[in-house]
Design a protein around this ligand. Sequence first.
Ligand SMILES: CC(C)(COP(=O)(O)OP(=O)(O)OC[C@H]1O[C@@H](n2cnc3c(N)ncnc32)[C@H](O)[C@@H]1OP(=O)(O)O)[C@@H](O)C(=O)NCCC(=O)NCCS
Length: 181
Amino acid sequence: MLVRRARPTDAGPLADLAERTFREAFEAVNTPENMARHCRDSYGEAIQAREIADRDRVTLVCESCGELAGYAQLRWGTPPAGVAAAAPGEIQRLYVARAFHGRGVAQALMDACLAELVARGSDAAWLGVWEHNPRAIAFYRKYGFVAVGEQVFPVGDDPQRDLVMSRPLPASRDSGQPPGA
Ligand SMILES: CC(C)(COP(=O)(O)OP(=O)(O)OC[C@H]1O[C@@H](n2cnc3c(N)ncnc32)[C@H](O)[C@@H]1OP(=O)(O)O)[C@@H](O)C(=O)NCCC(=O)NCCS
């Protein structure tokens, strides 16, 4: 298993993986129209190519036996209220193909995300997670994230409620654990 920065040539496979993992996770709880609209607006080779090239974003992929098993994306925008930090960084997306759930891919991606955030000088990591996504919430709690607020995440015309979760980051690059853990 290898986590690495996405390359321009990953855009097509990443677009496929991104749409597949979003559908695997949320197709059953959204209307077909809202899924189609969200996927059309969010995933596609040109869209992921722009994201990979974006200097204000980091895209990481995890490969297993030559296949993309998961990916994560970081960005550094203005955080929502509740994220109390001077220089927070966002884990915008972290998705693992269903066949790789529970097999360490998510941990490898999260460790790489936290290391990248620390290397960029971020003092906290934050993310939004759908309030009805208990597996992801449990996974983030294992990494020391706690709920600090909420925000709206639109899927098509459905304004869904996301929990905003955050955790502090160490000043050096040598630890994936929250301070004091
Ligand atoms: C969220 C995700 C990245 C986590 O990766 P993973 O490999 O499934 O994570 P793990 O198995 O290590 O950890 C999940 C934890 O949730 C627990 N869990 C599993 N199903 C659960 C459920 N229905 N309710 C609550 N907890 C659950 C697991 O037992 C595990 O905890 P444990 O290690 O203490 O037993 C992955 O499930 C995923 O990609 N899901 C679909 C996309 C998604 O939701 N992404 C996040 C968007 S914010």
